[in-house]
Design a protein around this ligand. Structure first.
Ligand code: ZN
Length: 334
């Protein structure tokens, strides 16, 4: 698949500040106020692409004529992003994951409410800083030598007026800056398209969050409650309303069946151990522990606090049993 080239003017005060804040110093997406704004699919894609929680992020505003969004829609994983300012190339990076997220953009870059946000976002890999005149880009692109790179433009091969403009600019970048062109995309076009969240997808995420709130209200309305796995009482804020079978596997009816779809799990290990399949509940309603959990403090905890407990929710609410059965069959590490 051909590689596109994004030309990004980043010379005004805002842009220089943003580059320092969220590209030069990558964003920690594990921060709760950021992570809450990312769908699970997007979090996973970002972590996989960047090998962890630290992700350089950039975004483009919705321009009045729609140009920002139109160009951003051409971006694909593996494209090359060229940052410019004052007649120079200031940085070159590889586009990793494009996604739209106005809320995250507003939190990262603080545009005034009601103003356009830098919502057409993408993460960047292999960021390299330069300080080289960009005349060679104008020449390769067929622009006037005095052209000033402005706004945000994605160059594609097969341009009706300028032919294979992206390939020529890539070659010029290689010759002038020694950038090695990335030969293949990391993700298929379909995968990347799937990450550009549609309005429907956003609605689904909002729905999921609302449901989680209702579930929490149902299970954790009091000041404290009992963890279903370790059977200890904790203040409610240290407990989570955890789906027994993952929400993504539930039918709409199951999702709405608050009495049976979820349980209470503490944040001291039970939620995580269950979620990761190290503990489950067997066909008799007893908590079981996986041999896969290596010896150490985690296994010590599971042995002392969870294994062998008779799970009251399983006993008292037969409607939860099919969900526990799903968990032990599909999640439990045997
Ligand atoms: Zn617990």
């Amino acid at each position: 698949m051909p590689v596109n080239v994004a030309l990004i003017a980043a010379s005004d005060e805002d842009a220089v500040g943003h580059f320092e804040d969220t590209v030069a110093r990558p964003v920690n997406i594990a921060r709760p106020d950021y992570e809450g704004l990312l769908s699970p699919e997007l979090s996973t894609a970002l972590r996989e692409s960047h090998g962890g929680d630290l992700v350089p992020l950039w975004g483009t505003k919705r321009a009045k004529n729609g140009a920002g969004e139109r160009h951003w829609r051409k971006l694909q994983s593996g494209d090359v992003a060229v940052f410019t300012g004052s007649g120079k190339v200031t940085a070159v990076a590889t586009v990793a994951v494009p996604f739209e997220n106005a809320e995250l953009a507003s939190r990262l870059w603080h545009a005034d409410p009601g103003e356009p946000q830098w919502q057409f976002m993408y993460s960047l890999r292999d960021v390299r800083v330069f300080d080289d005149d960009y005349g060679f880009i104008n020449e390769a692109a067929g622009y006037s030598p005095r052209n000033i790179i402005q706004g945000f433009t994605v160059l594609e091969d097969g341009d009706p007026h300028r032919g294979d403009i992206a390939s020529r600019v890539l070659l010029a970048l290689e010759e002038n800056l020694g950038i090695v062109r990335s030969s293949s995309h990391d993700r298929s076009a379909e995968e990347v398209a799937g990450l550009r969240l549609s309005a429907l997808e956003v609605e689904r995420i909002v729905q999921a969050r609302a449901e989680q709130g209702q579930l929490r209200k149902y299970l954790l309305s009091g000041a404290d409650a009992v963890c279903d796995l370790c059977v200890r009482t904790f203040p409610s804020e240290l407990l989570v309303a955890a789906h027994i079978k993952p929400r993504s596997e539930c039918s709409d009816d199951e999702k709405r069946d608050f009495e049976n779809v979820a349980m209470v799990a503490c944040r001291f290990g039970c939620d995580e151990l269950f979620e990761r399949g190290f503990v489950s509940v067997d066909a008799g309603g007893t908590a079981v522990l996986s041999d896969d959990l290596p010896s150490g403090p985690a296994r010590g905890y599971a042995l002392a606090k969870i294994e062998g407990n008779s799970i009251a929710r399983w006993q008292e609410r037969p409607g939860t049993r099919p969900h526990f059965a799903w968990h032990i069959k599909n999640r439990f590490r045997g």
